[in-house]
Every structure is written in structure tokens, then in C-alpha cells.
Design a protein around this ligand. Structure first.
Ligand code: FES
Length: 247
């Protein structure tokens, strides 16, 4: 049986040449066995159009660089197989993030802001003693931390999120997952009130409107819905007694 002929309709726009208006451009390719969208895009760039912009580093669903909207859904191009898609495929850059050009977006600035806002480091007043053995941690806690740290910062959860698409200060599922990681870490000495200042707001855990697209779109299958429930329960328990300072 002959291989399918695929038609790619790809968003084209370079913010450095605003005189050329955003448009959709079509390319045709023969489907190959095991072809991913990453392979297809590289073939298009090598054989048909060297100006096409998109990102990738690892080709193995580890770096998070190749996320884009494929047939309307945020996905990793290197993990998305042509055989799972119809013969007509549309590609757009992820929304929410700054467009670099065509399918390439700047997720780094967003994730850096989120990391600073959530103060994504272990807060401890203990003096570091390099001669001391490392503190022990029970396996269950270590696994919870490991689970949250599987996030590859691809931005799929943010791009698919209704709140993140309408308010730019929302920390999103990636931010909530990041905070959950530190909340379970016994080395982090932040108080419930300190966490509340970051997450007990509409920018944090209470900005989510519960559509759960983050959970549906996460290519790592992180339990984002559970993390949200965990952080919300913690924030509700703190907020019951805590009176935040008026701004
Ligand atoms: S290229 Fe690294 S996740 Fe796709």
C-alpha cells in the first residue's frame, strides 16, 4: 500500500519582518514509517524551505523545546507520530509565550519569571557544613519530589490553560507543581503564611478555573490535577487563620 501524502499547514510570521503579514503556508510530504512531527519538520526545512523556524534539542521528549500546537493541541513535535494524526496537519506556535518566529517561542523568560516568583529553591537557615553527611530523606518523600521534578518546562500546560491565556501573571500548573515540590521537601523551612503569599491568590492556586487542560496536555503525564488539589488544600488551611497584609 502506498504511503499517505501528508499536507502541513504551518503558521509563518517573523516579528523581525513585520511588513510580511502572518500567514499559513502549505507543504506536502510523504509519510514515512515511524515519522514524528520532528522528523517531518526537519525534512521540510532540509528539502523544501530552509527559512522555517522551530525549536528542538533532544529529540527524545526530555528538553521541552519542541512544544507547539499540532491540530489545535499543545504537544511535543518529537513525541507526536504522524500515524496518530489525519493526513492534514496544522501547526501553530504555543500561545501565551513570546513569539520568536514561525513555530518557535520563548518559554525561557516565562519559566524564569515563574521560578523567581515561586522562589524555587530550598529555603533553609541551616549553616551548610560540607564535612557533614547529607541529611537522610524517606523514600516516599523523595519520590514525591522526584515526581514533581519530572516537569520538562515545555509550556504545554500553560498554552492549553484558559486562565494563562487571559491573565499573564497566572503561575499556572507549572508554577503550582513547582510549589508543591517545595511544600513536601522537609528541608524547605518556609511557613504556610509564606507559601500563602505566593499561592493563596488568583495568580496562584485560586486563579485556576478547573478546566484541567494542563492535566490533559502534559506530555509527561504529571499529576497536575492532584498537585493543584494538594496546594489548594494547604492554602485553604492556612488562609482560614491567616490575615494577609493589605497592599
Ligand atoms: S526536542 Fe526535546 S522535547 Fe522534543
Amino acid at each position: 500500500m502506498a504511503n499517505r501524502q501528508l499536507t502541513f499547514s504551518i503558521f509563518r510570521y517573523n516579528p523581525h519582518t513585520p511588513e510580511i503579514k502572518p500567514r499559513m503556508q502549505e507543504y506536502r510530504l510523504e509519510e514515512l514509517p515511524g515519522m514524528t512531527m520532528f522528523v517531518a519538520l526537519n525534512k521540510i526545512r532540509e528539502e523544501q524551505d530552509p527559512t522555517l523556524m522551530f525549536d528542538f534539542v533532544c529529540r527524545a521528549a526530555i528538553c521541552g523545546s519542541c512544544a507547539m500546537l499540532i491540530n489545535g493541541k499543545p504537544r511535543l513535535a518529537c513525541k507526536t507520530l504522524a500515524k496518530d494524526l489525519p493526513a492534514r496537519i496544522t501547526m501553530f506556535p504555543l500561545p501565551v509565550f513570546k513569539l520568536i518566529g514561525d513555530l518557535s517561542v520563548d518559554t525561557g523568560t516565562w519559566f524564569r519569571h515563574m521560578s523567581l516568583k515561586t522562589e524555587a529553591w530550598v529555603h533553609s537557615n541551616k549553616q551548610f557544613d560540607p564535612a557533614k553527611p547529607e541529611d537522610r530523606m524517606d523514600n516516599e518523600t523523595a519520590l514525591k519530589i522526584y515526581e514533581a521534578e519530572r516537569c520538562i518546562e515545555c509550556g504545554c500546560c500553560i498554552a492549553g490553560c484558559a486562565t494563562a491565556n487571559i491573565r499573564e501573571d497566572f503561575l499556572g500548573a507549572a508554577g503550582i507543581n513547582r510549589i508543591a515540590r517545595f511544600m513536601v521537601d522537609p528541608r524547605d523551612e518556609r511557613t504556610g503564611e509564606q507559601y500563602f503569599e505566593i499561592m493563596g491568590t488568583e495568580e496562584g492556586a485560586f486563579g485556576c478555573v478547573g478546566l484541567m487542560a494542563c492535566d490533559d496536555n502534559c506530555p509527561m503525564q504529571l499529576p497536575l490535577q492532584m498537585q493543584l488539589a494538594f496546594v489548594r488544600r494547604k492554602m485553604a488551611a492556612v488562609g482560614w487563620k491567616y490575615k494577609p497584609q493589605a497592599v
